[in-house]
Design a protein around this ligand. Sequence first.
Ligand SMILES: [Zn+2]
Length: 438
Amino acid sequence: MTRYHIGVDSTDSATMGMCTTYLGAVLLEKLSDIPLELLSPPELIRLNPNVPWKTRGNGAVCLRFEGPDGLWEDILFILENTIWNMSVFEDPQTNPGCVIVQGEVPESFKEIYQRALHEILDLDMVKEVGFTADAILKGWKNERGLIGALAAVGADLSEHTYEAILYRPGGVKDRERKVDISSLQKATNSYPTTFFNVDEKGDPVCIPHSPCPVILGIRGVDPSDCLEALKLVEAEGYERWVLWKTNQHTDSHIEMVDDISELKPYSSISAEVIVDSLPKYRDGGHLFFTVKDNGDHTAVCAAYEPTKEFRGKISGLAPGDRIRVWGSVRKEDVPDITINLEKIEIKDLIGQYSDSNPRCPKCNGSTGSMGKGQGLRCKKCGYRGEEMTPIREKVERSLKIGLIEPPPDAWRHLFKPSSIPELKEKPYNGPWWGSGAP
Ligand SMILES: [Zn+2]
């Protein structure tokens, strides 16, 4: 018997539909016939969210099977046919790639995964890694999908969540889905280990509006709860479902840094910094402020308009506040290093004070200064209090210690929300995919 690890990426289109996970769902069915047995949960792998030419969510898939030796030609035949038939070749951003690795996953693939979360990788370098490891590579058009395909095979899911996705046939392109919202709200309430289903107002955030085959996806930390919650949702027109194991919502794209002077464009970072200027709104409702690290290096932090009320919540920051920031580093199109904020944590708030003059001890009238260091004088009765000084009072800050994050609409796939349940998952022995209803 041989283990076969299959990675696929860049088959979908943001504007013309399809979804690489749907192609993965179809592959699960086709490959189970030849005969291969699924070794581990199907994997949905999100890579660097800052890659400029990503298709939609920069998501690749990896399927790991076990089967008779020498089956790679049959697998490749099915892969090539499925990708050829289903990919959106018309979209210039769609550049499919697939990879087959037999046996153990090479260490070099694991390194590619880590780098593909943070960097823009060179295709020729990645292909070289594949060929050196005797992997089978097949790319179409500019072949850039090979990077994600290879990275997906090397993925480390020691930190992970799950997503149970319900699909409609690939040919359906409607932007609207027929999903009963009250059943979705009920599913959310019944399974608290799921998240990202509805927002605070109860409006759905797990139903796409694109022409892709996804009807909805239930995300959570427990596989069985995700699937059970999906079963409670009443939806029409479904064709199949897959329960994906994924690096979504784990902050895997984030690198911890101390020195913000060396931030690289397209990376995503987290750093503890001191606020250096008062937040100010600029054109388009974007909020900006500067921060500095322990070495006095400065960077600009930006909370853009789509982060909505997040901007208002952090606008009360003041110079001297100690915060941790998470965000992506913008490309070099702005003069200063700019961090596009995903969330912040307030570590320490600087004390803010206001001075006010005490009332007159004789008539309780208001008092005014008689000049620097010369005490106060009553404006009503003229009493002169030469020893009287203004009273310094601590101002109540609008902010509190802790995490502040944007509403779910602004979350990216890898964003780890503070509300994510810390629960351990229960053992799951059920199916990972199926036709028809879950
Ligand atoms: Zn007085």
